[in-house]
Design a protein around this ligand. Structure first.
Ligand SMILES: Cc1ncc(COP(=O)(O)O)c(C=O)c1O
Length: 389
């Protein structure tokens, strides 16, 4: 005997989180591990944010401001829009799911890139709608022409991930604008800019400017990555009042907590401290990519805080480059370096590594070198020795 469930549940893909640090420690009998698996910030929240959080504890017997007025106002000022053009969510992920609730019905479609953020197929399935997954272009970026071609009269929502997770490849604002010009003006388009802060391209930010005036566009961003607040859950979207009202209609009345709002608000007051951290992450991204390239490990050009790499280290250029990636992944875990096997993210044969603090990145590079050494065809005995450590 069980409860009467919606048949929709069967269609919802299970979100596959990475292994937790505790799981890796227990599984491999380790004392410590570094976590480069979930595109988190290696930095704790800013000291001023920690102070605000401490001060906010005493007020937690009261409900938060359900409309997050102060945060909306600050975000509106930052982006040159009215507060009625800002939606605030329990992470930007909530806003993406709310878009599904507000827009989708059975018989309608969501067009999204694939592979991309794992939650996108969920948006359609949870509403009994259909997901139309459009393969990426060969360079690992969105195939925006194919996505436009996949839209028809049943399409209610297009999800664009820029830069794309898990590839890290970024499409310029001109390409997004061309896409917006191709699709009907009343078709909702959500551009997920979760990794916006790490984009070095000169036109970064222009899609957000488009969201001021294009009625069908919502741009989402998050405090989870550059601001180091993913544990608190706060993200936002900027778009037309119509978009924002639709999201507000379906959200729970108090969807973001008091501390989440206060931490986000305080973070916005310290842009130079946040930028310094982002600059370090971007510099480290370049350093790690160059160090990997020097050992023959290719990475896709990333504008995010992670790299997707092709280990290709197990047999030289003639071997199947992705053939033994699960083994490489397993050995990295064994060495206490937690990364994601691309297979779980729709990119078999690849590994996704988050850019961490310099010492963490060094540990990752050292672990890659150790795996390479252990699995070198000229050292057949070493693999077994490395396994036993
Ligand atoms: C592309 C993309 N969008 C959205 C999110 C969700 O972020 P948040 O923590 O704001 O819910 C993530 C998280 O990793 C992501 O990769």
């Amino acid at each position: 005997m069980t409860i009467r469930l919606s048949p929709r549940l069967d269609a919802i893909p299970r979100y596959q989180p990475g292994l937790t640090t505790a799981e890796v420690l227990a599984r491999y009998g380790l004392d410590a591990a570094i976590r480069l698996a979930s595109n988190e910030s290696p930095f704790p929240p800013l000291p001023q944010v920690e102070q605000v959080l401490r001060e906010g504890l005493a007020g937690l017997n009261r409900y938060p401001d359900g409309a997050a007025r102060a945060l909306r106002r600050a975000l509106a000022d930052r982006h040159g829009v009215g507060p009625d053009q800002v939606a605030v969510g329990n992470g930007s992920c909530e806003l993406i799911l709310l878009a599904g609730q507000a827009l989708m019905d059975p018989g309608t479609t969501v067009v999204h890139p694939d592979p991309s953020f794992q939650i996108y197929p969920h948006v359609a399935a949870a509403a009994g709608a259909q997901a139309v997954a459009v393969p990426l272009a060969p360079d690992g970026g969105l195939d925006l022409d194919a996505m436009a071609a996949a839209c028809d009269e049943r399409t209610r929502l297009v999800l664009i991930c820029n830069p794309n997770n898990p590839t890290g490849v970024h499409r310029p604002a001109d390409a997004i604008e061309r896409f917006l010009d191709l699709v009907p003006e009343d078709l909702a388009v959500l551009v997920d800019e979760a990794y916006f802060d790490f984009v070095s391209a000169p036109d970064a930010g222009r899609v957000m400017v488009m969201a001021r005036t294009r009625p069908n566009l919502l741009v989402t961003r998050t405090f989870s990555k550059a601001y180091g607040l993913c544990g608190l859950r706060v993200g936002y979207g900027v778009g037309s009042p119509g978009w924002v009202q639709a999201l507000d209609r379906v959200r729970q009345p108090f969807n973001t907590g008091t501390l989440a709002q206060a931490a986000a608000l305080e973070s916005l007051r310290h842009p130079s401290a946040v930028h310094a951290r982002v600059r370090e992450a971007v510099a480290e991204r370049g350093r790690v990519a160059a160090a990997l390239a020097a050992t023959g490990v290719a990475t896709l050009p990333s504008e995010a805080n992670f790299l997707l790499l092709d280990p290709g280290i197990l047999g030289g250029p003639t071997a199947d480059p992705g053939g033994d990636v699960p083994a490489v992944h397993e050995q990295l875990l064994r060495l206490g370096v937690i990364v994601r096997d691309g297979a779980a993210l729709g990119c078999p044969g690849r590994i996704r590594v988050t850019i961490g603090a310099p010492h963490e990145n060094d540990a990752f590079l050292a672990a890659m070198a150790a795996v390479r050494e252990a699995t070198s065809p000229s050292n057949p005995g070493r693999a077994a020795r490395a396994e036993s450590h």
